[in-house]
Write a protein that binds this ligand. Structure first.
Ligand SMILES: [Mg+2]
Length: 223
């Protein structure tokens, strides 16, 4: 069972995201600093838990919080910028698809649990990663987020495996590793991978369990 951002694809980088935020604020005619605060801060949890009807509504609500009412066209333009950024994030690291192929060759099933904003939902099915998985649970679609035990249990039921039969692999954000362990999975920390700005940044994690440097280390671990 894999995490997505920072594990299979690059993690969020404030630096790489900045041009997107600037363009969105410009499209929406709202001040950049306040838009950043509302979009990345105040509304973040609601976006990850999918509390809006769709990504358009999440943008409209951010503007509303700033006293602005952009037209539909402006919202669509801003959303398109956000989707373009999201697409740039969704390219798997080099070791992902070969590792999936190896796991499948071992007769193992592959699942994913991601804490993600609503903008991932319209793009997800077209990604190479989605096509390589047996089951995926996206927080914004199921209104649950790691480390809530229910999101791990849901992923297990979709994969038709018991938590004790799962190995969870993630870079450690959102307390995902203790969360996985708490439901009975074995959990493994993957060392920091490159973000879109080319930097390696490990989320702030305190992990005393198994650690791997790259996904291909799973071969050794599972042997
Ligand atoms: Mg992650």
């Amino acid at each position: 069972m894999f995490d997505l951002f920072g594990t299979l694809v690059p993690s969020f980088s404030a630096e790489a995201y900045e041009p997107c935020l600037v363009a969105m604020a410009d499209d929406l005619a709202v001040p950049l600093a306040s838009f950043r605060r509302v979009w990345n801060g105040q509304l973040w949890q609601d976006r990850v838990l999918g509390r809006f009807a769709d990504a358009q509504e999440s943008i409209a609500r951010a503007c509303e919080a700033l006293g602005a009412r952009p037209g539909e066209d402006a919202v669509e333009r801003a959303l398109e910028r956000r989707l373009e950024y999201e697409r740039s994030l969704l390219r798997p690291f080099d070791d992902v698809l070969p590792t999936f192929a190896w796991l499948r060759g071992q007769g193992l099933r592959i699942g994913l649990i991601s804490n993600c904003a609503m903008e991932l939902l319209p793009l997800w099915e077209e990604t190479e990663i989605a096509q390589g998985l047996d089951a995926a649970v996206l927080s914004a679609a199921v209104h649950l987020a790691k480390p809530d035990p229910r999101i791990y249990e849901l992923a297990c039921s979709r994969l038709e495996v018991a938590p004790s039969g799962c190995l969870y692999v993630g870079d450690g954000s959102d307390d995902e590793l203790p969360g996985a362990r708490a439901v009975g999975m074995q959990a493994v920390l993957i060392a920091a991978r490159r973000d879109l700005a080319g930097r390696r940044r490990q989320p702030d994690v305190n992990w005393d369990g198994t650690r791997i440097e790259r996904l291909t280390d799973l071969k050794r671990l599972l042997a």
